[in-house]
Design a binder for this molecule. Structure first.
Ligand code: PLP
Length: 367
């Protein structure tokens, strides 16, 4: 039996030759041409003036929050349904993550819940573009303007996604992206920050590199970080970036294969695309309506026994002992019934058909 993994990167001769070029050049750490190329290309893609490469997206989030002046006693509003890094980065600053519910259709933060959660201590909002679908940025930007708050788009899962014709990462004050191995494009580990704010960009660049004085080498007036990306990572990132249209097109095609095969099931919900939004379908999302957490886990185990790797949706942050409990009925309903299925670049249509037939059979077997 062959095992179909949930994800695997697409590495071609281009990636191999760029990384080989970088290592042969001797610029193996964080100086070197690929960092500059990656940042310039990425900023242009997102329609922002600046982009700053980081060691990963978690450090990108932390660097952004610190540079915006977020500190103890501040509050930052985040969705209950996201990868834990969104919340952890807020914690690192000493600020309080204020967790709110999501919208059932897009799985992204609910703007109404955001507005309700605002206090005099609120400093920023982090909408997350879940599984490749943009959050409701028009509403969130309107609320942020009204209460004078920063907006940081967590676009770790949504490279190339759009609201109308504008790409995520350029829709608010700052955007952050991830290049982890299972993301839309990868640099092994890596992150990127996009912004139009020059002062913020200068501050972030300074803090990324130990906050070393420009005039006086090895002199520091602030506690900085080493959050740099290496030239080796950037070489892989640039090669992947040059293939981003091809990679996104394949995600869409694979989504259509799943949709066609699962069309006749009426008790499931697949990835949603709201009008005027462009979903890039980072992951295939299947929600089996009415499923409990135990049924979901049983289904994943049955799939695994047939050689198919699936993933459960993220648990609500507010269920974890490290974060406060909140009332978020949608996040609590959705996580129990949702799974992700394989959609990597090299998967074949036959494999998707096999996955869908097995899924139909095993949904019926779950008790
Ligand atoms: C993957 C991910 C991150 C963290 O990215 P790393 O590069 O692994 O640090 C942050 N937020 C979301 C929503 C993610 O999916």
């Amino acid at each position: 039996m062959t095992f179909i993994p949930i994800s695997q990167p697409s590495i071609t001769q281009k990636e191999i030759s760029y990384v080989t070029d970088a290592i042969k050049s001797g610029w193996v750490s964080s100086l070197g041409k690929y960092i500059d190329i990656f940042e310039k290309k990425f900023a242009k893609y997102c329609g922002t003036k600046y982009a700053l490469a980081t060691s990963n997206c978690t450090t990108a989030l932390h660097l952004t929050l610190v540079s915006l002046g977020v500190e103890s006693n501040d509050e930052v509003i985040i969705p209950d349904f996201t990868f834990v890094a969104t919340a952890n980065a807020v914690k690192y600053t000493g600020a309080k993550p204020v967790i709110v519910d999501i919208c059932e259709d897009t799985l992204c933060i609910d703007p109404q819940a955001v507005e309700t959660a605002i206090t005099s201590n609120t400093k920023a909002i982090i909408p997350v573009h879940m599984y490749g679908h943009p959050a409701d940025m028009n509403e969130i930007n309107r609320i942020a303007k009204k209460y004078n708050l920063f907006v940081i788009e967590d676009a770790a899962e949504a490279h190339g996604a759009q609201v109308h014709d504008a790409k995520v990462g350029g829709l608010s004050d700052v955007g952050v992206f991830s290049f982890y191995g299972n993301k839309v494009i990868t640099s092994g580990e890596g992150g990127m920050i996009t912004t139009n704010n020059e002062n913020l960009y200068i501050k972030m660049r300074h803090l990324r590199d130990h906050a070393m004085s420009k005039e006086k080498r090895y002199w520091h007036t602030e506690v900085g970080f080493n959050y740099r990306m290496t030239n080796l990572q950037a070489a892989l990132g640039v090669a992947q970036f040059e293939r981003i249209d091809e990679l996104l097109l394949k995600k869409k095609e694979i989504y259509e294969w799943y949709k066609e095969e699962l069309n006749d099931l009426n008790n499931i919900k697949m990835n949603f695309q709201k009008m005027n939004y462009l979903n890039i379908y980072w992951m295939i999302c299947i929600e089996i309506l009415g499923f409990t957490e135990n049924q979901r886990d049983d289904l994943l185990m049955r799939l695994k026994n047939k050689g198919i790797d699936g993933r459960p949706f993220f648990y609500p942050l507010s269920d974890m002992p490290i974060y406060p409990t909140v009332d978020s009925p949608i996040a609590h309903k959705v996580f129990q019934r949702g799974i992700n299925l394989p959609n990597y670049f090299d998967i074949s249509k036959d494999q998707v058909v096999f996955i869908c037939n097995t899924l139909k059979m095993e949904i019926a077997n779950v008790i």
